[in-house]
Design a protein around this ligand. Structure first.
Ligand code: SAM
Length: 363
């Protein structure tokens, strides 16, 4: 029989779990409601677009629901196991959410007119496009000004939450356990001397999660977008702990010394790169990692993982401008990692995402 003190310990946990599930269910309901309305409006504005996508079968929808539940269960278990504190499960940019949600709707007519005109590389004339790789100058997700404006940076987190029905952070958090396990290789390095880099950090959501799991580590983030880095700086300044160092840089040419970091991560980047850039970034991550260091990639599932989700994967680049997604879904990332010198490559799948955990061999 449970002792009273044991019960007292259990009650807050069960309440937290209940609150977490309610929080996730709320985000899911919001995402589904938003998409139902916006899809209907898009169908009216662009009747041809629907002809280029296929509906998901009830079996696929059920499978998605189950996998989303499994993701939440894993997320909960990892917090209980101490990989990160349970408060991080509730981290949400509420202020931005209320402030920028109307802008998501206001931006929609601009998106429709770009889709109609097949303009996928349209930028405001005031935006400086010098110095970026050509593959980057795209209106990814049909976003106004691609990744190059403050408005885009302000809307991004909200749009990703809607896209994944509130599961984006739970997917990002799946990098934390392998990163923690990998960093155990550095037994002689103090927590405050541990250096972790997030490549293509965007608005800093992943760095927020990393900070929760590694409260003393020195964190670094790079991205090509000055606007997203500004946003990351703002969001990361809100949390306690040393401010991560942010730098504007192409992941293909990282401004760091060889063998500098103990851990490197990259989340939702690889599907937005052409194949040669994927290889170049993997090689840069290998270069800047210390021998024995761990590299974790999180991105979309691929064709090989989910034959049942083929329809969804074919719809995705049509619904969201993603010019490199098709080549990504059939790319052999494991082979690329090994070509760069990584060993011990492990693969995980959670909900609609996939993870590669790789080690730079110790010398
Ligand atoms: C889909 S977002 C992912 C952002 C963030 N990691 C997250 O979890 O939300 C892709 C990010 O990659 C950045 N990016 C794309 N190509 C890049 C490159 N070659 N080097 C550095 N950043 C790049 C974009 O600016 C954008 O912030």
């Amino acid at each position: 029989m449970q002792s009273t003190s044991n019960l007292a310990l259990l009650i807050p946990d069960s309440l937290t779990k209940f609150a977490y599930q309610a929080f996730q269910d709320g985000k899911k309901a919001f995402g589904v409601a938003h998409k139902t309305i916006s899809d209907s409006l898009t169908d009216l504005a662009l009747p041809d677009k629907r002809d280029r996508t296929q509906p998901l079968s009830p079996e696929t929808l059920l499978k998605l629901q189950n996998q989303s539940k499994q993701l939440e269960e894993t997320d909960w278990k990892d917090s209980q196991a101490g990989v990160y504190p349970s408060q991080v499960l509730f981290d949400n940019p509420w202020q931005d959410f209320f402030r920028y949600y109307p802008e998501v709707w206001l931006d929609m007519p601009k998106i429709w007119s770009r889709i109609q005109a097949k303009e996928y590389q349209a930028f405001d004339s005031k935006i400086d496009r010098e110095g970026y790789p050509s593959y980057y100058l795209q209106n990814f997700h049909y976003q106004t000004d691609g990744y190059l404006s403050d408005l885009s940076a302000n809307l991004y987190d909200l749009q990703v939450e809607i896209l994944f029905n509130g599961s984006a952070d739970a997917m990002r958090r799946r990098i934390l356990k392998p990163l923690k396990e990998g960093l155990q290789a550095f037994t002689d390095v103090l927590p405050q001397q541990t250096r972790i880099l997030d490549v293509a950090c965007g608005t800093g959501r992943t760095l927020r999660m990393i900070r929760a799991a590694f409260d003393k580590a020195k964190l670094f983030g790079t991205d090509l977008s000055p606007a997203y880095l500004r946003k990351a700086n703002q969001l990361l300044s809100e949390i306690p702990g040393e401010l991560p160092q942010l730098l504007q840089a192409n992941g293909e040419d990282l401004p760091y010394l060889d063998n500098y970091f103990h851990g490197v991560s990259s989340v939702f980047l690889f599907h937005e790169l052409p194949p040669n850039a994927r290889q170049a970034i993997i090689e840069e991550c290998f270069r800047v990692l210390q021998p024995g260091g761990t590299f974790v990639i999180c991105d979309s599932m691929q064709e090989v993982d989910a034959p049942d989700f083929q329809v969804m994967m074919s719809n995705f680049p049509v619904l969201f401008h993603e010019p490199y997604y098709r080549s990504y879904t059939t790319d052999n990332i494991e082979e690329r990692l090994e070509k760069a010198g990584f060993t011990n490559v492990k693969i995980e799948n959670h909900f609609v995402s996939k993870y590669w955990v790789a080690t730079k061999p110790a010398v």
